[in-house]
Design a protein around this ligand. Structure first.
Ligand code: CS2
Ligand code: MG
Length: 408
């Protein structure tokens, strides 16, 4: 069996999805996702200029050797652009393998460990009252877990952790007005004084059973994060996400000495070397890598197994920037992983997105049920794809009130 070609499509409804289709001499094709949010053309060019030409003629069934070829062959290792490109190839090769075996991917991993996978929704509000409405909306839909973010009184403009406008996922829609980013203003003092009480009010309003998650989006120093984690302990959060800049693997040691709040980190990671200390020293409780950004199913499965040895559970990144292909790869891992925790879930559900990526994966009452179709179980409609093309867009940036650059 041989790879005969690869095609890349960039575009989608409200997002620049980067979709790879790998063709073979036996008519079977595989699909993968290389969407690196806000830098989408770069993994697309890496695939087009370097990787697809090298893949032609290779046996697509040798996904392990091909992954090693991509990783070791690049010489300059890791980094989100390369790993997203490798991730798309690896997903597509697993998709081909599943289609050849006529099995859904979770069967190739070891079968199902659960019937459905719990997901969390994003509730946001310009203030606490708005946020409460947003949480109630998801609870009514049957969600058992909700991430909560709200505007902070006295904060000049809202940052990521405190979205400016309410509405489902509104904050995430890429700003397509150009490549120059909008600026948001962050004030740690206001956040630290307001948010613990706000979280306590949410717990009191929604009772003991709702799983409440909160994302700090890398905004605090290690000392501030330790203080914040201690303050929110009575709320019994499901997790506190990215309390400190994630690349500092030692930053959480101080927090761990002062608080038992569960910690989730990893959405910006692209290899096991970004999280091995965090996992082995048991400084986190949930690992948040995404299959696309972390180089595909092959390396992410290894991260999941390493995490399992250290009581760390999965909580894969699933922002709207992840295409349904990445979400499907994660759905299969979630069905199998003995140490599954929760899944962030935002991408599916719009009619346009479902038309572009048809699948039988379903979601009901805050649970995802993986389809039994072979491979990833997601197709790609090229007629629909012709409606979309790349549009330049941007992510906001964050500054302190005096103009100092801060972490988005
Ligand atoms: C966020 C991300 O989902 C999350 O937890 O932190 O959506 C993040 O802001 C984006 O993926 C950045 O592209
Ligand atoms: Mg996050």
């Amino acid at each position: 069996m041989k790879i005969t070609d690869g095609k890349i499509f960039v575009g989608g409804p409200g997002k620049n999805y980067v979709t790879l289709k790998i063709m073979t001499d036996q008519g079977i094709y595989g699909l993968g996702d290389a969407t690196l949010n806000n830098r989408e053309t770069l993994p697309a060019a890496y695939l087009q200029d370097y990787l697809i030409p090298a893949l032609i003629g290779m046996d697509p069934r040798n996904s392990e050797d091909i992954w090693q070829f991509l990783y070791r062959g690049a010489y300059f290792r890791r980094g989100p652009i390369a790993m997203a490109a490798f991730g798309a190839i690896d997903m597509a090769l697993w998709d081909i393998k599943g289609k050849l075996a006529n099995m859904p991917l979770y069967q190739l991993f070891g079968g199902k460990s659960r019937t459905g996978a719990m997901v969390y929704a994003h509730a946001t509000g310009s203030d606490l009252a708005d946020l409460t409405d947003s949480i109630a909306h998801y609870v009514e839909q049957g969600y058992k877990a909700v991430r909560v973010q709200c505007g902070i009184p006295g904060m000049p403009t809202a940052g990521y952790a405190v979205p400016e406008t309410k509405g489902e996922g509104k904050h995430y829609i890429t700003d397509f007005s150009g490549i120059r980013p909008k600026t948001e203003i962050w004030d740690t003092g206001h956040y630290m004084r307001y948010m613990p009480d706000a979280l306590a009010e949410i717990r009191a309003r929604f009772g003991p059973d709702l799983h409440i998650l909160h994302d700090v989006h890398h905004r605090l120093t290690p000392r501030e994060a330790a203080e914040f984690a201690k303050a929110v302990e009575p709320v019994r959060l499901f997790w506190l996400e990215d309390p400190t800049p994630a690349e500092d693997q030692d930053a959480l040691r101080l927090l761990r000495q002062h608080s038992t709040v569960p910690i989730a980190i990893g959405e910006v990671f692209n290899s096991v070397y970004d999280c091995n200390t965090l996992i082995e020293a048991e400084l986190i409780d949930y690992i948040r890598v995404a299959v696309t950004y972390a180089g595909g199913i092959t390396p992410v499965k290894r991260i999941v197994d390493l995490a399992g040895l250290h009581h760390v559970r999965t909580g894969f990144h699933g922002a709207p920037s992840h295409s349904p292909l990445c979400m499907a790869a994660q759905a299969h891992l979630n069905a199998w992983a003995p140490n599954f925790g929760i899944q962030e879930y935002l991408v599916l559900g719009t009619a346009e997105c479902d038309a572009l990526f048809p699948s039988n994966h379903t979601m009901e009452s805050g649970m995802v049920y993986v389809s039994d179709a072979p491979g990833l179980g997601v197709d790609f409609d090229e007629t629909q794809a012709a409606r979309y093309s790349y549009r330049a867009g941007s992510h906001p940036i964050v500054r302190l009130q005096d103009g100092t650059m801060w972490n988005y």
